[in-house]
Design a protein around this ligand. Structure first.
Ligand SMILES: O=c1nc[nH]c2c1ncn2[C@H]1C[C@H](O)[C@@H](COP(=O)(O)OP(=O)(O)OP(=O)(O)O)O1
Ligand SMILES: [Mg+2]
Length: 209
């Protein structure tokens, strides 16, 4: 999958003050808080503001990140940062991709979602490559309608059975290129230095702080 962003963007700096983390996923909110730690903004989550969870009608990670950020900025009157991310499995044509959260169902059961990915890979045949990548698209929206986008990617392979309980989502079955442990087995501080989210944040930090 390419990392095409919507186009050249004007760079606007983010001023100190409250910043909405427009996500309803506690694992993600935790990582984003840690990644924003050094930059002097006051993160406030969608849950703390009681913001509704929008329907993700976009067909790309960037479009969904933008939709979530715009809605939160509109409703809160504050700048808002959204993350749309997912696991893309090469042998599955990029699935679950933007549907990564939806594969976990209403109950957000990622043990089940990982079994689904594993079953789909088994169905693809014994020689189906285990290559996969995580994508993270970030959108930062201001109440006046200005938006900026950033993206990061990390490549790896899928393992079975899943290992580790330190991350969230599909972390226990994803092993980054060149690493012997899954994202579920490494310390959060370590993941924050290398993940798709960390890479997207590197771009964001360069541009807006
Ligand atoms: O670092 C990660 N480690 C493991 N799994 C991950 C990661 N990053 C995204 N993922 C998977 C699980 C997540 O549920 C889905 C994203 O779906 P996505 O719609 O962006 O997030 P979400 O619905 O969980 O929360 P929200 O939209 O409120 O931010 O991809
Ligand atoms: Mg979502």
């Amino acid at each position: 999958m390419s990392l095409d962003l919507p186009g050249p963007q004007a760079v606007r700096k983010l001023q100190p003050g409250r910043l909405v983390i427009a996500s309803h996923n506690p694992g993600k909110v935790r990582e984003i808080r840690a990644l924003l730690g050094p930059y002097g903004v006051e993160p406030v989550s969608a849950a703390e503001l009681d913001l509704p969870e929008p329907e993700e009608t976009g067909t790309t990670f960037v479009a969904n990140a933008e939709l979530k950020a715009r809605q939160a900025a509109d409703l809160s009157g504050l700048p808002a940062l959204a993350d749309d991310s997912g696991l893309c499995v090469e042998a599955l044509g990029g699935d679950p991709g933007i549907f990564s959260a939806r594969w976990a169902g209403e109950n957000k059961d990622f043990a089940e979602a990982m079994r689904r990915v594993h079953a789909a890979l088994e169905a693809a045949g014994p020689d189906a490559p285990r290559d996969a990548h995580f994508i993270c698209a970030l959108a930062l929206a201001w109440p006046d309608g200005h938006v900026e986008w950033f993206e990061g990617r990390v490549d790896g392979t899928l393992v079975w059975p899943p290992r580790g309980d330190k991350g969230f989502g599909y972390d226990p079955m994803f092993q980054m290129e060149g690493m012997g442990r899954t994202f579920g087995e490494i310390d959060p501080d370590n993941k924050h230095g290398i993940s798709h989210r960390a890479k997207a944040f590197e771009q964001l930090v360069k541009a807006v702080f």
